[in-house]
Design a protein around this ligand. Structure first.
Ligand code: FAD
Length: 558
């Protein structure tokens, strides 16, 4: 491997991607000069931990500081300059201009290689009244400190979280856990748009079960001061459909946009999604400048489209890859699957790859299955169902995406499925995966294996599927819903208009079923109704299995 000596590397942004690039660069080049410029007061801090610091789960602010300029100097011999903003790049002379934020002093530095890891800034759309001292974004430690200062004096505060992305949900959870009255307002019909609506519905249920006031489909149109008739507070959050929500504090979780002004002003190419455009080596259109993290566009591993991914894993890995490339170790960042996970009170929701919306947008044909397997062997205490959705190609069975929600075991299934996506696996491969099993951890057929097998059943023609959202549009003259659950389960609720024949009685009662109709069979999770489908198909009936069955349908329609 070629060794590079005496290079001068400058890194803009000293948190996830920047700090990772700097440390890797030092490991590859002991005698290079490495300078990190960070606009804020902290480097290498755990921004992902900020909500838990606000909520008190992380009690000590210092534990968010993974490194300091002094520790980075001691361990990696890095020259870290905090409170110093890079304000201009002169590509022709390979120099940058910086400004010290406290003194206003400006000076220049030259570089042989430059890495931009400028991140993404919270979106603040021009909603009237959005700027207010009690309206907070959550990006860095000073933001969290401001929210903490507000929460300290507040006993039964009313917080309105605007935006149901993962930062909004994590903040809602943490503020609710502190005993505050919390409302989540979301403009679209669901929270967490990487999830399909029926999967996001589990999150809606969990928010409501924890007394979070969830308002969907209702954008904020203004923030106003309270009138004389309204309860005192910081502001009134005015929604499109007329509600006026008194708030002592507002958390703005409206998403982020890449910080690209430095790059754009320097004439670096900006892509169609508004991020810095880089090649597979994370190099911009200037061969001396690399860019990583939330500020860049990356290729979606399923659709092939350019996309923006604001996640710590990609940023950290990209930092390492950029440093590799600068110091003679060619490495590539090929694509992303947007693998993400969020905890919301008692449940965990994880996703990887494409969802239905992104597949439709990219015109990629897909099939979807829903399952509700147990997190571990059902006979061992503590097993919990996982709502698992897997999307795959109807011809090859290639895995396209997965989503999972549940109380236990979601993280490892999503990570297995993310690994399978990276390895370009099919659902046939999922059925064959050899996964660790003992009763406290899994099942002899792990949920991932079961997903593969259920998908194979569809591809083999052993069963056809109906989706939860088809039920509302069925014409009873053509299609009937057949409930094959036990009487005790049906007593707790049923699909209106459905026929009830428990699975174990089905073979003896086939003559009760009209032969001129199609049937959609369902049970609680879709497994017994699959067995029913096999009985009916082999007896000449036209039948489909309601994938995910009662659990998916009843949760989704709430
Ligand atoms: P950042 O880490 O944001 O660093 C960019 C830095 O560049 C900033 O500190 C900024 O001050 C500095 N900068 C910008 N311009 C200049 C300039 N001109 N001069 C000097 N400095 C500059 N991701 C997950 O995967 N899982 C999570 O659970 C998760 N939770 C999160 C929770 C919160 C509250 C937040 C805010 C983010 C979370 N993320 C999470 C996202 C993750 O933190 C980011 O994807 C990651 O930090 C991006 O790394 P980056 O280096 O691109 O940008």
């Amino acid at each position: 491997m070629k060794h590079v000596h005496n290079k001068r590397l400058i890194i803009v942004g000293g948190v996830a991607g920047g700090a990772s690039a700097a440390a890797r660069a030092r490991r590859l080049c002991e005698d290079c000069e490495i300078i990190v410029f960070e606009r804020g007061s902290y480097v290498s801090f755990a921004n992902c931990g900020l909500p838990y610091f606000v909520g008190g789960e992380i009690a000590d602010q210092d534990s968010l500081l993974l490194q300091t300029p002094a520790s980075l100097k001691a361990r990696f011999n890095l020259d870290v300059r905090i409170k110093t903003e890079v304000i201009r790049i002169d590509r022709a002379t390979q120099r940058i201009q910086v400004r010290e934020r406290e003194t206003g002093r400006e000076y220049e530095e030259s570089y042989d290689a430059l890495i931009l890891s400028t991140g993404a800034s919270p979106l603040k759309p021009p909603i009237p009244g959005i700027d207010h001292p009690n309206h907070f974004v959550v990006r860095n430690i000073p933001d969290a400190e401001q929210i903490m200062a507000w929460t300290k004096d507040c006993l039964r505060c009313r917080a309105v979280v605007v935006g149901g992305g993962y930062i909004g949900l994590e903040m809602a959870e943490q503020l609710r856990n502190r005993g505050f009255e919390v409302t989540v307002v979301e403009a679209s019909p669901q929270v967490m748009t990487p999830f399909d609506p029926e999967m996001a519905a589990w999150l809606h249920a969990e928010l409501r079960a924890n007394d979070v006031n969830l308002l969907l489909n209702d954008p904020v149109i203004a923030f106003e001061p309270p009138s004389d008739q309204e309860p005192a507070g910081a502001s009134i959050v005015v929604l499109k459909h007329g509600q006026r929500l008194p708030a002592d504090a507002v958390i703005l979780g409206l998403g982020v946009k890449p910080e690209i002004s430095l790059a754009a002003d320097a004439g670096l190419e900006i892509g169609e999604r508004g991020g810095i455009r880089v090649n597979g080596h994370l190099q911009t259109n200037d061969p001396h400048i690399w860019a990583v993290g939330d500020a860049i566009e990356v290729r979606d591993g399923i659709t092939g489209h350019w996309t923006l991914i604001a996640l710590a894993g990609p940023a950290n890995r990209q930092g390492r890859i950029a440093a590799n490339n600068i110091f003679g170790r060619p490495s590539r960042y090929e694509q992303t699957w947007g693998t993400a996970i969020v905890r919301l009170f008692e449940i965990t929701a994880g996703c990887t790859g494409a969802n239905e919306a992104s597949l439709r947008l990219a015109d990629i044909p897909f099939l979807a299955i829903h399952l509700h397997p147990s997190s571990h062997a059902g006979y061992y205490p503590g097993a919990e169902p996982i709502a698992l959705k897997v999307l795959f190609a109807p011809d090859t069975g290639k895995l396209l995406g997965a989503q999972a929600v549940g109380h236990d075991g979601v993280d490892k299934r999503i990570d297995v499925l993310a690994t399978a996506l990276k390895a370009d696996m099919t659902v046939h491969d999922l059925a064959e995966l050899e996964l660790a099993y003992a009763p406290p951890y899994g099942s002899a057929k792990d949920p991932v294996n079961l997903a593969g097998m259920a998908a194979q059943n569809v591809l083999n023609g052993d069963v056809s599927l109906a989706q939860w959202n088809e039920v509302a549009t069925l014409d009873p003259a053509k299609t009937l819903v057949l409930d094959v659950r036990g009487a005790d389960e049906r007593a707790k609720g049923f699909i209106p208009g459905s026929i009830h024949i428990p699975l174990d009685e089905l073979r003896g009662r086939l003559d009760e079923l009209p032969r001129d109709r199609e049937f959609i069979a369902h049970c609680q999770s879709g497994q017994r109704s699959y067995f029913a489908c096999r009985v009916l198909m082999q007896n000449g009936f036209q039948v489909r299995n309601l994938t995910g069955s009662w659990r998916t349908w009843s949760n989704a329609i709430q």
